[in-house]
Ligand binder design. Structure first.
Ligand code: ACO
Ligand code: LMR
Length: 604
């Protein structure tokens, strides 16, 4: 892989580090990326499904996941893991990600991971050909394409340091602070960087100088390289070997920080865990000399580094190796931004014509479109275009449950309310409020319990036993007036349709075996209309390719009862209008239909 990241690279960010993620998205917006560079966030303790971030003046939602496996399953294209876990969990998070696979690079920010674990982790990544950046790093950047977290600081600083578009330098440092410092120096003395990595300050880091420089050697965007090493370790010698062997041919400018160490009389460790010389060859002085001897451009002092950069860059420019870089158009991140209070993901009324899940209303509403209410429901409830067999099923359900006469609980309530002089909407809602676990609102419960029983391979007797233990009647079983002798033809109609048009009906087949047992006990314990709808909706969603988790979420949020609510609204309105049309007087229940059993209240 010659290029570390591209403009399409997306990452999974482990830990909801909102300010760092916002910086990434501000960068994306500035450089006009099409997609946010963070595709998902792993937030193990959050119960939220997404986090909102600014995208220029607007906001975008970045999904949250409980763990890396879930995030990767939903965002398979995200091949970078930004591991912002604490030093206690960073090792486990990296090892798990390597196990899951599909990551090309993993950046680890935690400092001080035990060295034994760091070595094992780095080796495991190397074995799987995964580039590790860090631990103990701010990360890296491919300007104009992808920036890790806080690299480069604020947007103002990024633009000042020419990190908003690719330059010609490949930069490798240990330190993150000095990475930013050098980016600025390179911007002033040359044309910015093409790719840069701060490999991290711990003694054992994943990718070392040579790994990054070899990649940059093979990256045509990189015309020369800058290596900022440190006292301690021998990694610079691998670079020297590569230069000597001709594996690296591009010019390298290098400097090892820590020449001051020789003025201390005992071995001194600088800020980084790895910044301490354990042998004469590990001193900054020795390494600077060895690099210079190998033909690497080494300035006389750190102060001379900018001049050296200007010199090498100037020569490459004069030789025509480096061309002028046109300044790209950039977006400006607004200074003042307001968070939105509401989110809508189903319809949009901002254009000339409002849309349902992206479809102009006329494209689904007009008869010429051939679309029906099933299409409208699939767009507005599920944000999907369902196939005809499924939209026809939805319409069949709606039409089937529209009314069941004046005597049922909800219609009765709506009628009584209308007769008390209330409006259509008031009367309607009293009817709707009657829908519940016994009447019309057993659909989600039926789906939940039958699905549970089938998923757990309970035979009908075991299922009945399980429900008995729960202490609730089986939702979707039983009817006041319908029975084996007086079959509910609505149920038959739905089942016949499903048998004919669904690809398969496994849950219905299971439910029929349960019904055989319940009706053998009592003939009105049939699979009722609620149960049939709930069970067939699960069969429908499975056939449409929904995951079990998505179906469980539909059930938990009450989606299935909504079909009854939508359908029965038609009938309730009919009953209310009937009352109005007939101008029926207020209703009073006949007293002889009430058993009065009132005792004198005891005094307490
Ligand atoms: N699961 C297990 N046993 C049941 C069930 C059930 N779903 N329904 C009734 N029974 C049993 C009762 O425990 C009772 O047993 P018992 O005689 O040993 O005491 C017997 O059958 C009769 O019970 P009732 O409540 O009198 O039955 P009823 O016919 O009055 O009730 C009702 C009908 C309310 C629908 C009931 O069957 C029930 O609660 N079912 C589950 C909820 C449901 O599916 N509702 C939707 C109905 S369809 C619609 O409203 C559009
Ligand atoms: C209905 O659809 O309302 C019925 O199944 C309930 C009933 O009591 O008939």
């Amino acid at each position: 892989m010659a290029q570390l990241f591209t403009k399409d690279t997306q990452a999974i960010f482990w830990n909801n580090n909102a300010s760092a993620i916002q910086r990434m998205l501000d960068y994306d917006y500035t450089i006009k990326r099409k997609t946010p560079s963070v595709a998902g966030i792993v937030a193990p303790t959050s119960s939220n499904k997404f986090e909102k971030f600014f995208w220029g003046p607007d906001e975008v939602m970045v999904p949250l996941y409980k763990n890396t496996a879930e995030a990767k399953a939903h965002q398979p294209q995200a091949d970078v893991l930004l591991n912002f876990a604490s030093l206690r969990t960073a090792y486990d998070v990296t090892m798990e990600a390597l196990e899951i696979g599909g990551f090309k690079s993993i950046m680890i920010t935690a400092e001080g991971i035990p060295e034994r674990l760091a070595r094992r982790m780095n080796q495991a990544a190397r074995d799987k050909n995964v580039i590790v950046i860090g631990p103990a790093t701010v990360g890296g950047i491919v300007p104009g394409a992808f920036k890790i977290a806080n690299v480069g600081g604020t947007i103002e600083n990024i633009v000042n340091s020419k990190l908003h578009r690719a330059g010609s330098c490949g930069l490798v440092t240990r330190s993150g602070g000095l990475f930013n410092e050098l980016s600025n120096i390179i911007a002033i003395n040359a044309d910015g960087i093409a790719e840069g990595v701060a490999i991290g300050g711990d003694r054992f880091v994943g990718s070392v100088f040579i790994d990054n420089l070899l990649r940059m050697q093979d990256n045509p965007e990189v015309k020369y390289m800058i290596l900022l090493g440190e006292v301690g370790g021998t990694e610079e010698y691998k670079v020297i070997d590569a230069v000597k062997s001709g594996r690296i041919t591009k010019p390298i400018i290098a400097w090892c920080i820590g020449t001051i160490a020789k003025y201390y009389d005992s071995g001194v460790q600088f800020g980084h865990a790895g910044a301490s010389a354990n042998a004469a060859s590990e001193t900054a002085e020795a390494k600077n000399k060895a690099m210079a001897d190998a033909g690497i451009y080494v300035p006389a002092t750190f102060n001379d580094l900018p001049t050296k950069i200007a010199e090498v860059y100037g020569k490459l420019k004069a030789d025509g190796v480096i061309k002028n870089i046109p300044e790209p158009d950039m977006n400006m991140v607004p200074k003042v931004r307001r968070k939105k209070e509401f989110i809508c993901t189903i319809s949009d009324d901002r254009g000339d014509e409002a849309t349902y899940a992206g479809f102009p209303i006329s494209s689904v509403a007009l008869p010429s479109t051939g679309k029906g209410i099933g299409d409208v429901i699939s767009l507005l409830w599920f944000k999907k275009q369902y196939p005809k067999w499924a939209t026809d099923f939805i319409e069949t359900v709606i039409k089937t449950v529209a009314d069941h006469g004046p005597a049922v609980s909800g219609a009765h309530n709506a009628k009584v309310t209308a007769r008390a002089g209330k409006s259509v909407v008031e009367s309607l809602v009293t009817g709707l409020l009657t829908i519940g676990p016994r009447f019309g609102g057993a659909i989600d419960g039926a789906a939940e319990h039958f699905k549970y029983a089938d998923d757990n391979k309970l035979n009908p007797a075991e299922f009945l036993n399980h429900m008995k233990k729960l202490g609730i009647p089986i939702p979707g079983i039983g009817h006041r007036i319908k029975s084996l002798k007086n079959p509910d033809l609505r149920v038959k109609g739905l089942m016949d349709y499903a048998k004919e048009c669904f690809p398969a009906t496994p849950l219905l087949d299971y439910a029929r075996t349960v019904e055989a047992l319940t009706t053998s006990k009592k003939e009105n314990l049939i699979l009722n209309v609620d149960g049939t709808i709930g069970i067939l909706m699960v069969d429908m969603w499975r056939a449409l390719g929904y995951s079990e988790q998505e179906i469980n979420e539909f059930i938990a949020s009450g989606t299935l009862n909504a079909f009854f609510i939508a359908g029965r609204t038609i009938g309730f309105i009919g009953h209310v209008l009937d009352e109005k049309r007939l101008d029926m007087p207020m209703y009073r229940h006949p007293m002889d239909d009430i058993l009065y059993d009132v005792q004198m209240a005891d005094e307490i």
